[in-house]
Design a protein around this ligand. Structure first.
Ligand code: NAD
Length: 466
């Protein structure tokens, strides 16, 4: 057989490709950023970030745009799979949440340099990437968080390693794969966004301690935020909320009722920003409840039934039972033998101010209503039940003084006036969107600039051209 030089070259190339493929396969089984092993995932992201660092801002923007387009094509899959896998929330609302994350999370344009010039010359402040970010996502918004974190973190020039909640691992894998496919389509670096196929507490711990992880971003309950803040790395903590919605006598009561029901029932109350309790002044409380009944609210007046509901959704310590988080109102009522129409969005009941429904972050469409004498008592209670989370508060009022007093007193990251809570994350309102609201560490509504290091570049005695 005659073998010429070109054939030898071809054979050698094939063998080399196969060897390379095998070693990649060991690390990267399905090629789209999903690994068996957390160490391998982090290594791959680290290499990807080194390549990404060389890309121009225009290139970064192209990659972000490609991600938005590919993610948009898969919104229905994320919503369907997310609802099925987690068993929480509503398909139609998950579509809206994903669209919001894809369309309203800021990209590269969020990185605004600052400059100062004077007799001494010119000093420039630039926003540089941290490197590789370890991001922990909650079960309540698994892919919405992955999408908004990935857009912001990549726009800032980082790579990201996701540690999803095990309860949402399949849909999280789909999101990571979709993002990688989009990046590959425009020939961007492989493995800029990675995860593990089987996320566990152990794999999260590996990530938290890994020397190649430069920053941690934890979105979840108080436990994981505390763990992230003890990691010894720069950490962003986006923790629990328990948003109160206050209603005073000057509010448009009919609108307040509709807004409260809409906000509270959004994705069956899963968002950390959603209304978790209503505090209403006595003189308008009956009217508010009547309007809420007219607008797909089901009121429980019978105390025995209320006890049954408490025993159903709370354990003996008064804490929520996870199996009822994000379930439909009619499903919850059926478990205590009451059939209500599936169009009912929220179950509500008047309770005392220290009722566990008020104190606990329920994350289900059950809304406690507390009646108070006046606005002073409403503000006092609103501050108390927000628990110092500094997360979200809502108020329905036309009295600017009352609005200002509550906003000042409650000190939340998001304060929504006369709208459903979701206006606070840019849905039907101005402002960018995020699913990582960093109250505890103070970054607020995170965006690309949150995931940067601020650097100073000094040109002494030059380029001040005043
Ligand atoms: P969770 O705290 O149970 O889980 C969040 C994440 O942390 C998951 O990925 C989970 O696997 C991980 N985790 C939890 N404990 C861990 C441990 N000991 N070691 C390693 N990893 C651990 O929260 P959840 O039920 O998934 O989500 C709901 C909570 O998240 C609510 O309290 C809600 O308010 C909060 N949340 C906050 C924001 C925000 O932006 N501030 C956004 C969404 C959800």
């Amino acid at each position: 057989m005659n073998i010429d030089a070109s054939m030898i070259e071809k054979i050698v190339r094939n063998v080399l490709e196969e060897i390379l493929d095998q070693s990649n396969n060991h690390k990267d089984d399905n090629k789209f950023g999903v690994f068996h092993n957390m160490d391998d995932a982090i290594d791959a992201a680290w290499f990807a970030q080194k390549e990404f660092e060389k890309c121009s801002l225009t290139r970064r923007s192209e990659i972000i745009q490609a991600m938005r387009e590919e993610l948009s094509r898969n919104v229905e899959d994320f919503a369907k799979m997310g609802a099925e896998e987690t068993g929480m929330g509503r398909f139609e609302h998950k579509i809206l949440k994903h669209k919001l994350a894809i369309e309203k999370t800021p990209g590269v344009e969020d990185l605004k340099p600052e400059v100062s010039t004077g007799d001494g010359g010119l000093t420039l402040y630039e926003m540089s990437p941290f490197g590789v970010i370890g991001a922990i996502a909650p079960s309540t918004n698994p892919t919405e968080t992955i999408i908004c974190n990935a857009i912001g973190m990549l726009a800032a020039g980082n790579a990201v390693v996701f540690s999803p909640h095990p309860g949402g691992k399949r849909v999280s894998v789909l999101a990571v794969e979709t993002i990688n496919k989009a990046i590959e389509k425009v020939n961007g670096p492989k493995n800029l966004v990675v995860t593990v196929k089987e996320p566990t507490i152990e794999s999260t711990n590996i990530m938290l301690k890994h020397e190649k992880i430069n920053m941690i971003c934890a979105t979840g309950g108080p436990g994981i935020v505390k763990i992230a803040l003890s990691s010894g790395k720069k950490a962003i903590g986006a923790g629990a909320g328990n948003p109160p919605a206050l209603v005073d006598e000057t509010a448009d009561i009919e609108k307040a009722a509709k807004d409260i029901i809409d906000g509270c029932s959004f994705d069956n109350n899963l968002p950390c920003t959603a209304e978790k309790e209503v505090i209403v002044v006595d003189c308008v409380a009956d009217q508010l409840k009547s309007c809420m009944r007219n607008y797909y609210g089901f009121e429980i007046k019978d105390q025995e039934l209320l006890h049954k509901l408490e025993n159903l959704v709370l354990n003996e310590k008064g804490m929520i039972k996870k199996e009822f988080v994000g379930k439909n109102a009619d499903y919850i009522m059926k478990q205590i033998g009451i059939v209500i129409n599936s169009s009912i969005k929220v179950i509500f009941a008047e309770v005392e101010k220290d009722h566990p429904f008020v104190i606990e972050e329920l994350m289900m469409p059950i809304l406690p209503i507390v009646r108070v004498k006046d606005i002073d008592k409403a503000i006092e209670l609103g501050v108390k039940v927000e628990h110092g989370n500094r997360h979200t508060a809502i108020m329905h009022s036309k009295n600017v003084d009352n609005l200002t007093r509550f906003a000042k007193a409650v000190q939340t990251t998001i304060f929504v006036k006369n709208a459903p809570s979701y206006a606070g994350i840019g849905f039907g309102a101005e402002g960018h969107s995020t699913f990582t609201i960093a109250g505890p560490t103070g970054e607020g509504l995170t965006s690309a600039r949150t995931f940067t290091r601020k650097r100073r570049c000094v040109l002494s005695d030059g380029f001040s051209i005043k």
